[in-house]
Every structure is written in structure tokens, then in C-alpha cells.
Design a protein around this ligand. Structure first.
Ligand code: ZN
Length: 243
């Protein structure tokens, strides 16, 4: 079985389609594991929800998914994120809203636990340092954990006395091994590691390896759609820079 691991699609349909095309051209996939934030920031929230639901899908909630349906308030969002969340809430239809409302915070797909932010705070905490990694490792009941939220790809391995972040290499299979670890596949729709190319991962249950890939897409087309519906300029420009 091959699981396509996607996080932070953020209503960017062009980025999502580029990932699908690339994944299908490699060895394909049997199921999507979506780590949250399918909506928010981008111009195609409803279409992105419908598109991932065409496949076998396991998904957890992200903060933007929750904000779009009023499950969390947006007081700790910055101005641009709040404006986009408000716009997004008006774009999703009843079925899409039901879908977003129904998303669990955590999903166990052995040997992985899927969560958007962290196990301490599923839709709020950014897992980016040893302290937050230790907090999640302490709660983790499976061998591996998949997170998104920061839009930064990494592998974090449990080591004696803590956790150690290493690079999640691009285009080469990583054997998972016995060590407990937390893995972020990077962001599809709004990468933030200073590389504007969508990032995704595939887990292969036969070889027990995980692989990360990046793709190019028509950024200008997404930006044009964002301009047409008056989404904040900052959100439009950041797609060029991967920030
Ligand atoms: Zn996000």
C-alpha cells in the first residue's frame, strides 16, 4: 500500500493537481493521508476538498479547517489569515462544511499517528523545536507521528535524552527503522521553507520507506485567481518566495 501524505493544501488547486500528477507518474498511491489545512489562504477551498475526497482518504483537522466552520475563533490569526478565513467561510457549501466539521483531531493509521500541529495541541502548536517534539513524543502511542502546520519539511528522531531534527531529503527513500520519529512532509499549497515548490511525501508499506518530492506548478495562475477575489496581497506574494 502506498499512502500519499499531504499537508497544508491551503485551497491551492494548481499545487494540488501538480502533486497528484507527479505522484501518479511515479508509482501512484492507494490512499491519501491529509494532515489538515485543506482550506484557508488560497482561492479554491471547495474544489480542493472535493478533489481529495475523490480518493480513499484519511484526514485530520487543521486550524484553518476549523476556522472556516467556526470551530475555533480567529483572534490569534494575523490580519491576512483572518481575512482569508472569513472569505473561505463564505465559499464552502453545506456538504463541504459538514466534511470540515466532521474531521477528527487525531487519526491512528498504524504505525503512524496523524495530527496537524502536535499531540499536545492538535491544531495550535507548531512542532519545530526539541521541546515541542518531546511533548509530542511523550504522548505518542504509535512508532511514528506525521505533522504539518509549520509547512516546513523535516524528520525528527527520538534520541537518548530528547529529540534530534534532521533534513528530510528530497527524492530519496528514507528507511524508517525502529526509532520513534515525527515527520513533516512540508506544505503543498503554501510552502514556507524558502522554496516555492509544493512538497509532499509517500509512505510505502511494503518497503517501509518514506520519500519526499517537490513539484513545480503555475504559481501565476493561482495568484491571478487570488487577485480576482481580493485575497490579501501578502498572501499572493508569499507564494513566489516560499515564505
Ligand atoms: Zn497551514
Amino acid at each position: 500500500m502506498r499512502a500519499l501524505i499531504l499537508s497544508d493544501i491551503h485551497a491551492n488547486l494548481e499545487a494540488l493537481e501538480a502533486v497528484f500528477a507527479d505522484a501518479q507518474a511515479r508509482s501512484g498511491f492507494d490512499v491519501i493521508w491529509c494532515l489538515g489545512d485543506t482550506v484557508g489562504y488560497g482561492p479554491d477551498p471547495g474544489a480542493c476538498i472535493d478533489r481529495i475526497r475523490e480518493f480513499e482518504l484519511v484526514a485530520v483537522a487543521g486550524n484553518h479547517d476549523c476556522a472556516a466552520v467556526g470551530l475555533i475563533d480567529t483572534s490569534d490569526f494575523n490580519d491576512a489569515a483572518r481575512a482569508a478565513a472569513k472569505w473561505t467561510a463564505g465559499q464552502v457549501d453545506a456538504g463541504q462544511r459538514d466534511y470540515l466539521t466532521s474531521l477528527p483531531m487525531v487519526s491512528v493509521q498504524e504505525p503512524f499517528t496523524l495530527v496537524h500541529g502536535s499531540l499536545r495541541e492538535p491544531v495550535a502548536e507548531y512542532l519545530l523545536d526539541r521541546n515541542s517534539a518531546a511533548g509530542t513524543l511523550a504522548l505518542l502511542e504509535t512508532r511514528y507521528c506525521l505533522v504539518g502546520h509549520s509547512h516546513i519539511p523535516f524528520i525528527c528522531r527520538e534520541v537518548e535524552g530528547g529529540a534530534e531534527f534532521i533534513e528530510f531529503p528530497e527524492g530519496e527513500p528514507v528507511a524508517l527503522g525502529d526509532q520513534r520519529q515525527i515527520i513533516n512532509p512540508g506544505g503543498v499549497g503554501q510552502p514556507r521553507d524558502r522554496d516555492p515548490r509544493p512538497s509532499y511525501a509517500v509512505y510505502d508499506t511494503v518497503d517501509i520507506v518514506i520519500e519526499r518530492h517537490r513539484v513545480t506548478y503555475d504559481i501565476a495562475k493561482t495568484q491571478e485567481k487570488m487577485r480576482a477575489v481580493d485575497l490579501p496581497v501578502h498572501l499572493i506574494e508569499r507564494l513566489d518566495h516560499g515564505i
